[in-house]
Write a protein that binds this ligand. Structure first.
Ligand code: ATP
Ligand code: MG
Length: 359
């Protein structure tokens, strides 16, 4: 018996989401056994295009009541463009979660794993290991703006960026706290030499927040040169924090530097745990390979590791990461996208076995 019991809302979604989520759960159950906690999972079929076809909407009206009491959401992938346009499937599900559950942190680890070829030359596992933290709720992605004189020669289009002190400070605090538990180094993405109102404000708040974290070294780079350093000097980084737009770009570029889309995970986090946070692989539903049991489940499994970290099970989270590394080393437990021969199930079973074996 344990008092470390977590309630998880499991939402597989569409396509390969339905194939990789069971492997993620297999590994999480193994971790529970090995590290002495219990996951109580409730499975939901909404936030999927199948649900949309039956009900004419992505989620039931009371979805929030159904999920809000859970400690976290373990999400697969959503979208099936042949059946439902992406703007409906995404806005009707993931974006709702992000907004209603105030998941203001977007977090993506960038870590080069063994057995995965980086598109960057001469990099080996251990060289690249950092985290991108993205502000998820404000900044450049506001819908304030409009067109004037449409259709004329004077046609003019304006869109505002919005930064609030609360919004900027809370993401910076999260990033500094994370840096304090990792390598003690924070990098801020800015562009205050070109964007002359919001970005200087961002820089100002970084400096103010840094005063609370004397043990964290920090620096800032303009976004243009920062993207170059991601490619040329990725070993420089520990935690990289950016506004909604810059964080969006960096959180795609980072995982791309460390190899295949099949292994990268992502968290949409409400750090105070007032609402459930959501953990998912970076990849989509991959209609081209769905239903064949060949998808790589590592992104989903790694998302499970992030979820455990968020729930306070750091040791189990690290155990899953080591198990992933062990299985990536062997071609017979790697999936085809990584030049291996394993199918989805075999790969998941191998990671689960490695979790249980881990001394
Ligand atoms: P999104 O749905 O995020 O907008 P998308 O639909 O363009 O993106 P994905 O569904 O991620 O992209 O698929 C992109 C490509 O990567 C496809 O060819 C797909 O087969 C491949 N892919 C994605 N995820 C995996 C995986 N887990 N294992 C193997 N291949 C994958
Ligand atoms: Mg897609």
């Amino acid at each position: 018996m344990t008092d470390r019991v977590y309630r998880i809302a499991v939402i597989p979604g569409d396509g390969i989401g339905k194939e990789v989520v069971p492997e993620g759960l297999r590994v999480l159950q193994a971790a529970g056994e090995r590290y002495g906690f219990e996951l109580r999972c409730d499975h939901f079929d909404f936030a999927s295009c199948d649900y949309y076809e039956q009900h004419g909407k992505m989620m039931p009206d009371d979805w929030k009541d159904q999920i809000a009491g859970h400690d976290a959401i373990f999400f697969g992938a959503v979208g099936w463009p042949e059946k439902v346009p992406d703007h409906i499937s995404l806005w009707g599900s993931l974006i709702q979660f992000r907004r209603e559950f105030d998941q203001y942190v977007g977090m993506r680890p960038v870590r080069l794993m063994p057995g995965v070829a980086s598109p960057l030359a001469n990099r080996k596992p251990g060289d690249i290991d950092f985290v991108v933290v993205r502000e998820n709720t404000e900044g450049e992605y506001s819908s304030i703006g409009g067109r004037i004189f449409p259709g004329t020669e004077r046609e003019t289009v304006v869109q505002e960026s919005v930064m609030t002190r609360i919004g900027v400070d809370r993401i910076l605090r999260f990033a500094f706290e994370l840096a304090a538990t990792r390598g003690g180094h924070l990098t801020s993405a800015t562009k205050s030499n070109g964007i002359s109102v919001t970005m200087p404000y961002w820089d100002e708040r970084v400096e103010a927040m840094a005063a609370n974290f004397p043990d964290v070294r920090w620096d800032k780079y303009h976004i243009d040169i920062l993207t170059a350093h991601f490619v040329l000097n990725p070993d420089r980084f520990d935690v990289v924090v950016g506004s909604n737009l810059f964080g969006d770009i960096l959180s795609d570029l980072g995982p791309a530097c460390t190899g295949t889309i099949g292994i990268a995970p992502s968290g949409n986090i409400n750090p105070e745990r007032r609402f459930p946070s959501l953990f998912e692989p970076v990849h989509g539903t991959a209609p081209d390979i769905a239903g064949q049991n060949i998808a790589n489940p590592i992104g989903q499994i790694w998302a499970g590791s992030m979820m455990l970290d968020h729930l306070g099970e750091a040791e189990a989270a690290a155990g899953i990461l080591s198990a992933i590394e062990a299985s990536l080393l062997r071609p017979e437990t790697r999936t085809r996208d990584l030049g291996g021969s394993a199918d989805t199930t075999t790969c998941g079973e191998a990671v689960a076995a490695a979790v249980l074996d881990h001394a």
